[in-house]
Design a binder for this molecule. Sequence first.
Ligand code: SF4
Length: 504
Amino acid sequence: LLPADFRRRDLLIENLHALQDRFGGLFRRHLAALAEEMRLAPAEVQEVASFYAHFGLAGDGETVPGAVVRRCTGPACAMRPLDLGNLPAGVAVEDAPCMGLCDHAPAALAGKVPVRGADAAKVAAALGPAGAPAMPAEYSYPVLARCLSGELPRDAVLAELDKAGLRGMGGAGFPTARKWRSVAAQDGPRLVVVNADEGEPGTFKDRWFLETAAARVLEGALIAAWAVEADEVYLYLRDEYADLHRILRGMVAQLPGAVPVHLRRGAGAYVCGEESALIESLEGKRGYPRQRPPYVAEVGLFGRPTLVNNVETLYWVGRILAEGAELFTNEGRNGHKGLRTYSVSGRVKEPGVKIAPNGITITELIEEFCGGMEDGHVLAAYLPGGASGGFLPARLTPPLAFGAIEEHGGFIGSAAVVVFSQADDLRAAALGLARFFAHESCGQCTPCRVGTAKSVDLLARPAWDRDLLSDLADVMRDASICGLGQAAPNVWQSLLRHFPEVVK
Ligand code: SF4
């Protein structure tokens, strides 16, 4: 039932998953036994188990639901309400944050099975036994082989990534080669972490890269480990992607090279996409973001210098090294260079992952890559960077690129573009996003814990109090520890700024 080395402290979350998978929930007697076996205080096990939304705690005499269906409340799914009125008895239905299926709204997770374009019949069918995962075709990891053989020296690899201008695609946009150099400059032993915990509402590109090109991503991770001379790689996959977990487990077991790759599951905490919270979670703890400095490049996982890269970033590493920096430098639009992966959802004819010139505008993206707006719908507003990036009105069409949205009070982040039309209620959408942040706040710092809850209260009122909301935004931006609390006010500040007619 449990992994062989299950007493390692960092395996606590994996152990909790194992218990829950086996028994359907986490019973008090099992948690007590686990604490004893792991030589942990029962409170330590309890505090971790209760932090993560996907763990269901149960008293010893209680019964747990036969199955849990999670119904997505993300911005694209909220446009297409899902009625699950007549599921079999014993099935529990929970509302849950974005599950990375925005291009197939409405979406649900039936147990661990993703249901696209969901309705009650499809969800009921998905509750049956899961089929075997389809393994991807064999891949020989040719770029890694060139690195290991000396054909591609480290300096050449870093120079090529610099030339391409590759930046972190998780949302922060830090230059990739510079990050690698700063980790490599630290005293070893070093570690590499693959951040596969995308949870920004509206973002689903990392799911797509892992579905279509997981070997490329793993190759990028192994190249990164080679480049910074890391001993081990940890891949942290969000729990909503359980279907991918089964595939990755098989692939990881057959990887070439001497660097072990460990696959770890999240447990339903959006904040763990933040790199220091992710590292805490990998250590088997609650996902509390750390105060910085020190940065994780200096003191990261298990106290070691750690390189954290996003799935998409690692995908591009291999392609740039295989095809040359021109892959990026030949592309771009409106004064910006490179390619960008946009997750487009909402009121467009063809939502999905769109690899397009970096710097494309919203109207170009919709017309050239998404088949235009849905019939009968006119572009009214959009989120350029998911829930955190704020709303923009149709009349503002800045390049969708790092640094180009800020003058309008938002940011591009992971390029989750959610398209709204005249049919959508922006106030209701903002309230939904505020609820999301309140739910996902880890509670560690007061401005965010109290501020996100307060914002839900204020946004639900018939008239918005502009002054009070702006004061709240200032406090949260100035005094929150991590990006969640700092970015949450973009939701309402963007409506106050660009849509005064909507929020009066
Ligand atoms: Fe936690 Fe919010 Fe503070 Fe971040 S800003 S550490 S999510 S309470």
